[in-house]
Design a protein around this ligand. Structure first.
Ligand code: ZN
Length: 137
């Protein structure tokens, strides 16, 4: 795998066309996260309905990998319970570390399966996930 393979169609689609970009007016919770090694800086917003993540959005700036990963994450966890979202995040970490993971839960996030070959990019791809994890605690 070459580094440029990280910028697959799926990644570029989410980077350019994310339907989760922007603020939520009255978010239930919000959290900022940054990755100094690349200069990625994201702000996550969630709207909860009971225990369900009704809406998940983000804004900020970052490289294609960090933005696409945030968009993919938002797609995956929207409509899920907090508990399910935490489980999805854990499966993503397992995949990144090269451990066994539940592919059914990860959908488009599977594009980052080979990311572990590029340690610098791992921080970009996991930024939104760490940020959401903090937010849900
Ligand atoms: Zn980055």
């Amino acid at each position: 795998m070459r580094p440029e393979d990280l910028y697959s169609d799926v990644v570029m689609f989410h980077y350019k066309n994310s339907s989760h970009k922007g603020k939520i007016k009255n978010p239930t919770a919000e959290q900022e996260g940054s990755n100094l090694s690349c200069g990625d800086s994201l702000h996550l917003y969630i709207e909860l309905n009971g225990d369900i993540l009704e809406k998940v959005t983000f804004d900020g700036h970052g490289c294609a990998v960090s933005i696409a990963s945030a968009s993919i994450l938002a797609d995956l966890v929207e409509g899920k319970s907090k508990e399910e979202a935490v489980e999805i995040i854990q499966e993503f970490y397992k995949m990144i570390k090269g451990e066994d993971f539940n592919a059914e839960l990860l959908g488009d996030a599977m594009v980052f399966e080979n990311l572990k070959q590029f340690p610098v990019r791992v921080k970009c791809a996991t930024l939104a996930w760490h940020t959401l994890e903090q937010l849900l605690k």
